[in-house]
Design a protein around this ligand. Structure first.
Ligand code: HEC
Ligand code: HEC
Ligand code: HEC
Ligand code: HEC
Length: 482
C-alpha cells in the first residue's frame, strides 16, 4: 500500500498516525458564524440561512447518485431501488415470516429516509414509533414527550404528530450539530448515549475527532427493538452489553441478543424459530480494529471529505459512497490513483461476496433441513432432541453472522479481515448444523436428499406487496423538505 506518510519503524507508525490525523486534511475551515440559530430549531432551511454552502450540499442527498461508479451500491443511481432479497435470494428464504422478508432495499441518500419508509411494505414499520428512531430529527423530542409509548404507538400515528411540512424530513443539521458554534453533538442520548456507557465511553470526554465517527453511529449501528409478552415494542437498545469500544464483535452481539426473550423480535417461518435481528452495523464492523480505525480515520474522513466551494474549504455534506465522487476523500492520505484505489475496494468487496454467498446458501439449506426435521417430528416419528438443539445452536450462530455481514453496507470494505473471519465462521457453523441435521434425519428413519431444494422462487415471488421494486425515480414521491 502507498501512503503519503510512509511507515518506516514502529516509532514511525505512531508518528505517521499523528501526521495522518492532523496533517492529511489541512482544514482551514470557515470559522463558525456568530448569528444565533435559535435553540431547538429543526428546520434545516433556517440553519441554511447562516450556512448556505453546507445546506446546499445536504439538499443534494435527495438527488440520484452518479451512476456507473460503484459496483455493489447502485440502488440510488439506477433510477430506482434495489432489493437485497432479489440480489441475494437466500435472504428471502431466511427472512420469510416478517417485514424484512417482504422488502429489504439497499440504502439511498439521506433526504429519502422517511419517504422510503412510507413507500415500503407496511410490514416493515409494524414495530411502531421505534422505526422513526434513526429517521426523523424529532426522535429525541418524541421519546421525551411520549415516554415508553413512543416505541409502540403505530408508526403513522407518531409521524402525524409532527409538523405537517416536516413529516418526511430525514437526518438534519440538529442531529449532528449544536446550533451555537456548530460543534458536533450526539443528539440521541436515549439510544447511543446509553450504549456508550455499556462500552466504557464517557460521553463528556469525547474529542471532536471521535465525534466525526460517533455522529454517524447514532444510526449506522445495530439495534434491537425489544418486546413485551404481547410483542409490543418497548425500547430501542444496542446489543453492546458484552463489548468494549474498539471491539464490538459478532460474538458479543449474538450473546446479547440471546440473553433475553425480549430481544427476539420475529419468528422465522421456515424453521419456526423465534429470533433476533441485526441491522446496518457499520460502526460496529468498522470500529472493530479495522486498519482505518486503528489509524484514527473517521467516517467523516471518507464520507464527508474537505472540498472547496466558492473558495471556501468545507466538509462535503452530500454524504454518499466515496466511489461515487471518485475517491476524493482518499486522496487526503493515499497516493494511489483513484482508479487503482477503486480496484482495491472492488477486490475486497468481490472476495467478501464470494464467501457471503457461500455462507448464505449453506445457512438457507440448514433452514430447509430444519423444516424437514419438523415435518418428520410432526408425522409422529421420534427425533433426537439433544442433536436437534445442538444443530439449532450451530445454525443460529451461522445465521446471525450472515445477517450481520449482509446488513453491513460496505460489502466488507470497512473491515476486510474481520468480515472474512465472520463469514468463514458462518460457513463452518452452517456445515456443522448440516451434518447434525442429516444424522438426526437418518436416525429418525428419513434420509435427506443430497441436494436440498431451497424453493427460491416460492420465497422470492410471494412476499407481500413489493411496492417499490425497480420503481423508476419519478414515480417515487419526492421528499418535501423545508
Ligand atoms: C439520523 C440517522 C442517521 C445519521 C445520524 C446518519 N445516517 Fe447515514 N443513513 C441513514 C439512513 C436511514 C439511510 C438510508 C436512507 C434511505 O435508504 O432512504 C442512510 C444512508 C447513508 C448512506 C447511503 C447514501 C446513498 O447515496 O445511498 C451513506 C453513505 C451514509 N448514510 C453515511 C452516513 C455517515 C458517514 C454519517 C455520519 C456523518 C451518517 N450517515 C449519519 C441514517 C443516518
Ligand atoms: C476508509 C474510508 C471509509 C471509512 C473510514 C468509512 N467508510 Fe463507509 N464506505 C467506504 C467505501 C469505500 C464504501 C463502499 C461504497 C460502494 O461500494 O459504493 C463504503 C460504504 C458505506 C455505506 C454504504 C454506501 C451506499 O452507497 O449505500 C455506508 C452507509 C457507510 N459506508 C457508512 C459508514 C460509516 C457510518 C462509517 C463509520 C462508522 C464509515 N462508513 C467509514 C469508505 C469508508
Ligand atoms: C450526519 C451528520 C451531519 C449533518 C446532518 C450535518 N452535518 Fe454539518 N458537519 C458534520 C461533520 C462531521 C462536520 C465536520 C466537523 C469537524 O470535524 O470539524 C460538519 C461540519 C459543519 C460545519 C463546519 C464547516 C465545515 O463544513 O466543516 C458547518 C457550518 C456545518 N457542518 C453546517 C451544517 C448544516 C447547515 C447542516 C444542515 C443543513 C449540517 N451541517 C448537517 C456532520 C453533519
Ligand atoms: C485519514 C487518512 C486516510 C483516509 C482518508 C483513507 N485512508 Fe485508507 N488507509 C489509511 C491508513 C493509515 C491505512 C493503513 C495502513 C496500514 O495499516 O498499513 C489505510 C489502509 C487502506 C487500505 C488497505 C491497504 C492496501 O493498500 O491494500 C485500503 C485498500 C485503503 N486504505 C483504501 C482507502 C480508500 C478507498 C479510501 C477512501 C474511501 C481511504 N483508504 C481513505 C489512511 C487513510
Amino acid at each position: 500500500m502507498q501512503l503519503k506518510y510512509a511507515r518506516i519503524s514502529v516509532v514511525m507508525v505512531i508518528l505517521a498516525a499523528a501526521v495522518i490525523c492532523s496533517g492529511c486534511s489541512p482544514k482551514k475551515m470557515e470559522p463558525p458564524k456568530t448569528e444565533a440559530i435559535e435553540d431547538g430549531t429543526v428546520a434545516p432551511a433556517e440553519w441554511g440561512k447562516v450556512y448556505p454552502l453546507q445546506y446546499k450540499l445536504w439538499m443534494q442527498t435527495a438527488e440520484p447518485t452518479p451512476a456507473g461508479k460503484s459496483k455493489y451500491k447502485k440502488g440510488n443511481d439506477v433510477g430506482g431501488r434495489i432489493d437485497k432479497l432479489d440480489e441475494f435470494p437466500f435472504l428471502a428464504v431466511l427472512y420469510n415470516g416478517w417485514g424484512m422478508g417482504s422488502e429489504y432495499t439497499e440504502p439511498r441518500g439521506h433526504q429519502h429516509m422517511i419517504q422510503d419508509q412510507l413507500d415500503v411494505d407496511p410490514g416493515r414499520y409494524k414495530a411502531g414509533g421505534s422505526c422513526l428512531t434513526c429517521k426523523t430529527p424529532y426522535a429525541p423530542t418524541l421519546e421525551k414527550r411520549m415516554g415508553k409509548a413512543y416505541f409502540s404507538t403505530p408508526y403513522k400515528e407518531v409521524l402525524a404528530g409532527l409538523p405537517k411540512d416536516q413529516q418526511t424530513l430525514g437526518v438534519s443539521c440538529i442531529d449532528c450539530h449544536d446550533s451555537r458554534g456548530m460543534a458536533l453533538k450526539i443528539s440521541r442520548g436515549f439510544t447511543l448515549g446509553k450504549a456508550l456507557v455499556k462500552i466504557g465511553v464517557d460521553e463528556s470526554k469525547l474529542t471532536a475527532k471521535e465525534k466525526r465517527t460517533l455522529v454517524c453511529a447514532q444510526c449506522h449501528v445495530s439495534y434491537m427493538i425489544t418486546k413485551d409478552r404481547e410483542m409490543h415494542s418497548t425500547d430501542v437498545v444496542f446489543p453492546w452489553k458484552n463489548s468494549k469500544v474498539g471491539n464490538i464483535g459478532i460474538e458479543g452481539i449474538i450473546a446479547d441478543i440471546k440473553s433475553s426473550p425480549a430481544n427476539l423480535e420475529w419468528t422465522q417461518s421456515v424453521t419456526g424459530f423465534k429470533l433476533g435481528f441485526i441491522r446496518h452495523p457499520e460502526y460496529e464492523l468498522f470500529s472493530n480494529n479495522s486498519p482505518h480505525w486503528a489509524n484514527d480515520v473517521s467516517c467523516a474522513d471518507c464520507h464527508m471529505p474537505t472540498i472547496t466551494v466558492d473558495g471556501k474549504q468545507i466538509s462535503d455534506h452530500r454524504i454518499m459512497s466515496p466511489l461515487k465522487n471518485d475517491l476524493v476523500a482518499c486522496a487526503a492520505c493515499h497516493n494511489e490513483k483513484p482508479q487503482e484505489l477503486r480496484l482495491k475496494v472492488l477486490a475486497i468487496q468481490d472476495d467478501t461476496m464470494i464467501v457471503y454467498l457461500k455462507a448464505g446458501y449453506a445457512t438457507a439449506t440448514d433452514a430447509k433441513l430444519f423444516e424437514m426435521a419438523n415435518r418428520v417430528e410432526a408425522s409422529g416419528k421420534k427425533i433426537d432432541k439433544v442433536l436437534y438443539a445442538r444443530a439449532r445452536e450451530q445454525y443460529e450462530q451461522a445465521l446471525y453472522r450472515v445477517i450481520f455481514i449482509g446488513a453491513e453496507n460496505s460489502n466488507g470494505f470497512h473491515n476486510p479481515k474481520e468480515t472474512m473471519r465472520v463469514l468463514n465462521d458462518a460457513v463452518k457453523y452452517a456445515a456443522t448444523a448440516d451434518a447434525e441435521l442429516r444424522k438426526l434425519l437418518v436416525q429418525a428413519g428419513e434420509k435427506a436428499p443430497e441436494k436440498i431444494d431451497l424453493e427460491l422462487s416460492k420465497y422470492v415471488n410471494n412476499r407481500g406487496v413489493k411496492k417499490i421494486m425497480f420503481k423508476p425515480e419519478h414515480e417515487i414521491t419526492s421528499p418535501k423538505v423545508k
